[in-house]
Design a binder for this molecule. Structure first.
Ligand code: NAD
Length: 273
């Protein structure tokens, strides 16, 4: 598995498996299938209510813990230093592990400064190997990052071929923060699976639109965590390291970028969760 080095020196797989909207009952089976397929990075969150499923799968499977890379996120109902600290211990318990590889603030609402302080503490105590942010944009990202000692290792935001996040990539670069794409297949919207540009490129290599879209992101150094509950699609999304895109392919995919996001985290309505 191709990895990237984070700003604190740890290695993170560039491709992983996300479990948003996977029921607690299904989660254990899906994560086991993903790990059997070869995925080592698993992305969950307190708000997905399936951390136990992830934990059960990683304990049940015979894969050394150090080969896995587990990401979870502190939800807004746990914002603030004390609550966040308690929730981190709860996540560790549910995930059945001594450490979380990457812990993110899920959304920039509530006392996220307190949340981040708790995450820094957990990082220093060895409960977490890297910390970062999700859904932070512009001044919110810079303000928190400038004022905190441990710079975010990762920023997880919506990113895909139709929203390539060029501005945020420039914003986070001075801190060595790496971009992680949620919705790397645009959640199937905007006709991604039937897009003619992706189809034309994929036809040259015997690859699907999904594979071309994920290959493009990972080539750009963006960590991608596609989700599928079907084993054959998990496999399809994983088989992206046996072909190369040309410069011309990449230029054509750059032209698909509309910059339009499905979820705008600057929308005041979202702050009233
Ligand atoms: P995604 O872009 O991964 O798309 C998932 C959809 O595409 C599903 O409907 C799936 O059935 C379909 N699909 C997957 N592979 C396919 C294939 N090869 N061919 C055809 N259809 C295919 O969207 P997502 O699940 O929202 O995002 C991925 C992960 O990102 C989540 O599971 C979660 O871990 C994370 N996420 C994080 C946030 C956040 O706020 N931080 C928000 C959303 C998602």
């Amino acid at each position: 598995m191709k990895t990237i080095t984070l700003n604190n020196g740890i290695e993170m797989p560039v491709l992983g498996y996300g479990v948003f909207h996977v029921s607690p009952e299904e989660c254990e089976r899906c994560v086991a299938d993903a790990i059997h397929t070869g995925y080592r990075l698993i992305d969950t969150a307190q708000a997905y209510y399936n951390e136990e499923g992830v934990g059960n799968a990683i304990v049940r499977l015979d894969v050394p813990r150090e080969e896995l890379f587990i990401t979870t996120k502190v939800w807004i109902s746990n914002a603030g230093e004390e609550k966040a600290a308690r929730s981190i211990d709860e996540s560790l318990r549910k995930l059945r592990t001594d450490y979380i590889d990457l812990l993110l603030v899920h959304q920039p609402f509530g006392d996220y400064y307190g949340t981040y302080r708790a995450m820094q503490k957990a990082y220093r105590e060895g409960k977490v190997r890297a910390i970062g942010l999700s859904n932070f944009y512009g001044a919110r990202f810079v303000d928190l990052t400038e004022n905190m000692e441990v710079k975010p290792a990762v920023l997880q935001v919506e990113a895909h071929v139709f929203a390539q996040q060029t501005v945020m990539r420039e914003t986070i670069a001075p801190y060595g923060t790496r971009l992680m794409a949620w919705g790397p297949l645009a959640q199937g919207a905007d006709n991604l699976f039937k897009d003619e540009t992706l189809r034309g490129i994929g036809a040259k290599y015997g690859k699907s639109n999904a594979q071309v879209a994920l290959k493009f992101l990972t080539d750009e150094g963006i960590i991608a965590i596609p989700k599928s509950m079907h084993k054959e699609r998990m496999k399809e999304n994983f088989e992206i390291f046996d072909f190369e895109l040309t410069e011309e392919d990449r230029r054509a995919i750059h032209r698909l970028d509309t910059g339009k996001l499905k979820v705008d985290h600057n929308d005041p309505v979202l702050a009233k969760f």
